[in-house]
Design a binder for this molecule. Structure first.
Ligand code: KIV
Ligand code: ZN
Length: 522
């Protein structure tokens, strides 16, 4: 293999910002994409797929800037099998110290029928486009989309063509999450044994989780000879998502006795990036999700707690510290000072400057006045949920609830510098408050998601609320945390509205809806 000298090393290719972000509703802002890319780079991801540059002006700019700022990771962009896509992709990734063009075409009978190409016509197209990409960039990845449903002979033929045309990585996508672990291992093994030139390239595995087998399939592919795993943080991605980075990395580390392959990932950064991706994408992590779920390291039942006290290894196969969860979490309170706050924030992965600390300290004190104990999760919510919104800001609100479900809410907003008040009635306090906000700022945005989570336990716990709005194909997610669920709901709604307003202003009507959607990938 040309790109991997160490056979024990598995490359981690993260596609949170491409396959993950393409998932409807997971859209991130430009700055959020830059932040996530920086965290991926810092944690040791080998290749970051930063976006699909031809998809929109926004994607192009994000990939270009991520490429310019990259430190260690190779920056990759996605391109369909045509010269325009490939040229645009190169324009974006060429700024990186290390770049990659990833070009693909659907090779299964179903996918071939969409552009209506014969097997020979498609083979010619693959030769032309991979050669073109390789003339621009010395590192080219090629993917036969829906590989796991492509006829064996044809799959071998097109992979051989791509290798001859200069591809340096061959990715085998299980696009619809159909394959099973035994097949996944066998497919990669047979391809490496059969296709001429296969030992000159890296084979990659790209799995989707429709049957809940993405992690198992990726690890099986590595056993079969793949040396690159494509994955996303929290398994973010369309439908049931992609392979979760944290799962494959921790499985390789924890069961290195039977899976003797290593990654370059600093696992102590996992928890922080998981939380950031959950916040910016608006896709919360389920409580019982492997590795990063809130309950993954909680040993609630009496028997487990007893066993844990006797010997941690009774019930713990990984240590919380391995993924960046601090072992002890003594809460802060209203008497805690700035130094204690800074110290705690640092253990949670947040580096703050003096000015930023001043601002956070004010918000921390405000929270500590309302809540006796401020836990790690409260601080994370405080740090990650954006309070500074521009156009609309909540000044005050007053809600009265009747026993029959009807409620009345009076909301005062600062809108473009002026205070405006509206009172509305609704079916419960949240509905009444959203109506009052809409009375001040009329919108035809449709509420796609409204979700409430308690950050910690107890009746004084903070609630984090996520609101997703959709207007003319544009989607914006807002989040907020407060000890009062109705206030958190109103703030999250306002946050989402502000993001919709900001995007509309930046891009004009409808412009943020991608010019090329995921469905056009075929
Ligand atoms: O799932 C898939 O097939 C993809 C390709 C574009 C690699 O994401
Ligand atoms: Zn995919």
């Amino acid at each position: 293999m040309t790109n991997v000298t160490d056979q024990d090393r598995v490359l981690i290719f993260d596609t949170t910002l491409r396959d993950g972000e393409q998932s409807p509703g997971a859209t991130m802002t430009h700055n959020e994409k830059l932040e996530i890319a920086e965290l991926l780079d810092e944690m040791g991801v080998d290749i970051i797929e930063a976006g699909f540059p031809i998809a929109s002006e926004g994607d192009f700019k994000a990939v270009s800037e991520i490429a310019e700022r990259s430190k260690n990771s190779r920056i990759c962009g996605l391109a369909r099998a045509n010269f325009t896509d490939i040229d645009r992709c190169w324009e974006a990734v060429k700024h990186a110290g290390k770049s990659r063009i990833h070009t693909f075409i659907g090779t299964s009978p179903l996918h071939r029928s969409i552009p209506n190409l014969t097997q020979d016509e498609m083979a010619d197209k693959i030769h032309e486009t991979v050669s073109h990409a390789r003339n621009l960039c010395e590192n080219v990845q090629w993917s036969p989309m829906d590989a796991t449903r492509t006829e064996w002979d044809y799959l071998c033929r097109v992979i051989e063509i791509a290798i001859k045309a200069g591809a340096t990585t061959i990715n085998i996508p299980d696009t619809v999450g159909y394959t099973a672990p035994v097949e996944s291992a066998d497919l990669i093994k047979r391809l490496i044994e059969t296709v001429p030139g296969a030992d000159e390239v890296v084979f990659a595995t790209h799995c989707h989780n429709d049957l809940g087998m993405a992690t198992a399939n990726s690890l099986a592919a590595v056993a079969g000879g793949a040396r690159q795993i494509e994955c996303t943080i929290n398994g973010l991605g369309e439908r049931a998502g992609n392979t979760a980075l944290e799962e494959v990395v921790m499985a390789l580390r924890t069961r290195n006795d039977i899976m003797p392959w290593n990654t370059g990932i600093d696992t102590t950064k996992i928890m922080h990036i998981s939380r950031r991706v959950a916040t910016v994408s608006g896709f919360n992590v389920q409580f019982n999700k492997a590795i990063v779920g809130k309950n993954a390291f909680a040993h609630e039942s009496g028997i487990h707690q007893d066993g844990m006290l006797k010997n941690r290894e009774n019930f713990e196969i990984m240590r919380p510290e391995d993924i960046g969860l601090s072992g002890t979490s003594l809460p802060l309170g209203k008497h805690s000072g700035r130094a204690a706050l800074r110290d705690k924030l640092e253990t949670l992965g947040f580096e703050v400057g003096d000015n930023q600390l001043k601002d956070i300290f004010v918000r921390f004190k405000d929270l500590a006045d309302r809540k006796k104990e401020v836990f790690d999760d409260d601080l994370i919510a405080l740090m990650t949920l954006d309070e500074a919104d521009d156009y609309l800001q909540l000044v005050s609100m007053k809600v009265t609830c009747g026993t029959g479900g009807q409620a009345e809410s009076t909301v005062e907003l600062e809108m473009d510098g002026k205070d405006v008040i509206a009172t509305e009635q609704g079916d419960g306090p949240v509905d009444a408050s959203f109506r009052a906000i809409r009375a001040i700022h009329p919108t035809k945005a449709h509420l796609q998601l409204y979700q409430v989570h308690a950050v910690t336990e107890g009746t004084d716990a903070q609630a984090t609320v996520s609101v997703r709005l959709e207007e003319d194909g544009m989607i914006a997610t807002g989040q907020s945390a407060n000890t009062d669920t109705v206030v958190a709901s109103a703030k999250a709604y306002i946050h989402a509205l502000n993001r919709l307003i900001m995007r509309r202003e930046k891009t004009g009507p409808g412009a943020d809806a991608r010019e090329i959607s995921y469905k056009d990938l075929t």
